[in-house]
Design a protein around this ligand. Structure first.
Ligand SMILES: Cc1cc2nc3c(=O)[nH]c(=O)nc-3n(C[C@H](O)[C@H](O)[C@H](O)COP(=O)(O)O)c2cc1C
Length: 386
């Protein structure tokens, strides 16, 4: 059997970076900031037919947004992997840029920001994912990360002809999947892999990622199985939080990590509406989410949530005004107010132990600019960003 002399290749061709040296890990900012959903039409920013906000999902807009966030000092771009939208008037989620190829192109277009690929593991073979990830990590010079998504939208499983399986089996599959990927990234001798889901022979992958021993791994999921997966495999856990439960959710995760002797960064999502006065902020919510709701997309999104077993979305499923809530904040925790009150809430979350937050807005371009010009200086005054 022939072997690839990867170590020699690496010595000649590749620069390397230790995972703990990646800026997403070393950023001096106590509260790190990301953009959530910058790869699809509507982002996750509300389902509105209001004229004005850019639709995104078009390359120039997606690229422009990523470059602006990079220049503004954001730490991360976290895309959403989606295969179909809802055919509503707003186009919410109808166009989504594929998250590996999107990341590869942005790796060239940006300089400092960490670019994640959210990868729905049942749809991407681990040998292909390991190779694509390593390639993007080289283009990005160690600024690439993998967000492992086990999947929950069964309509999308059917698109791929995949069997519909329950959550625990999806995570069991993800566990084997990530084992294959990380071994391909770290082992220099060919190996075989035989598990419940994979029976693979003579596995090799070269080049290794630029980041050693492997790129940053994030996991988005909140069920016991999801959290156990994150504790075993991830550097960052990405969760949905709610104002009234944030303290407990964050503390429980900290305790679970401590029990495993692990340090794990905790990131969450939020949807920001920030106006000069509280009244203007709340009036704007009424305007885009109540008077100009995209009902078709709202009902489609609600039906998807109601038909799923995702723990991350459990609280949304119990919301009697689900369509309106989704229209108001796209399934993220809403933070509505003035620059001062929005920053006060971000500071509270940081105080509770949140390491990072990925943001969504109705208008992403305006949101990134406003964050940079109005919110960042206030966060700086509080010592949360430098
Ligand atoms: C912050 C966050 C981001 C997520 N991003 C995606 C995504 O991009 N695509 C997707 O299909 N699911 C996404 N999910 C869903 C989860 O990956 C997971 O499959 C689902 O929530 C079910 O797992 P759970 O029951 O452990 O929460 C996301 C979940 C969270 C909390």
């Amino acid at each position: 059997m022939s072997t690839i002399n990867t170590a020699d290749h690496r010595a000649i061709l590749d620069h390397t970076l230790q995972k703990d040296e990646a800026r997403i890990m070393t950023s001096p900012n106590k509260l790190k900031i990301g953009v959530f959903g910058p790869n699809l039409s509507g982002g996750t920013g509300g389902l509105t037919t209001l004229e004005g906000p850019p639709v995104m999902g078009n390359w120039d807009e997606a690229r422009g947004l990523a470059v602006a966030a990079d220049k503004a000092g954001f730490e991360a771009l976290v895309p959403i992997t989606r295969w179909k939208g809802f055919n509503g008037k707003s186009g919410f989620w109808d166009r989504s840029l594929e998250t590996f190829t999107w990341a590869a192109a942005l790796a060239e277009a940006t300089e400092n920001i960490h670019i994640f690929t959210s990868c729905m593991v049942p749809m991407v073979h681990p040998v292909l994912a390991a190779k694509m990830g390593a390639t993007i990590d080289h283009v990005a010079k160690g600024r690439w990360g993998l967000n492992v998504v086990s999947g929950w939208v069964m309509e999308e499983f059917r698109m791929f002809g995949l069997p519909e399986v329950g959550r625990d089996d999806r995570y069991a599959y993800a566990e084997e999947w990530i084992d294959v990927v990380t071994r391909l990234w770290t082992e220099t001798e060919p190996f075989d892999f035989k598990g419940r889901f994979f029976d693979l022979e003579g596995l090799v992958s070269s080049p290794k990622p630029m980041t050693q021993p492997r790129p940053t791994i994030m996991n988005a999921g909140m069920s016991p199985a999801g959290q156990a997966f994150a504790m075993r495999n991830a550097d960052m856990i990405f969760i949905q939080i709610h104002h009234d439960e944030a303290a407990k959710t964050i503390q429980d995760l900290r305790d679970a990590a401590a029990a495993k002797g692990r340090e794990i960064s905790i990131w969450a999502t939020a949807h920001i509406v920030c106006k000069p006065t509280e009244r203007e902020a709340f009036e704007y919510v009424v305007k885009y989410a109540e008077q100009n709701t995209d009902d078709t997309a709202g009902q489609g999104y609600a039906a998807t949530l109601l038909g799923s077993d995702s723990t991350s979305h459990a609280k949304w499923r119990a919301d009697p005004a689900l369509v309106r809530s989704l229209a108001a904040s796209g399934g993220n925790m809403p933070i509505v107010g003035t620059p001062e009150t929005v920053v006060a809430e971000l500071a509270r979350l940081s105080e509770l132990g949140l390491d990072g937050i990925a943001l969504a807005w109705v208008d992403y371009d305006e949101g990134v600019q406003q964050f940079s010009e109005e919110l960042q200086p206030l966060l700086k005054d509080l010592g949360l960003r430098s």
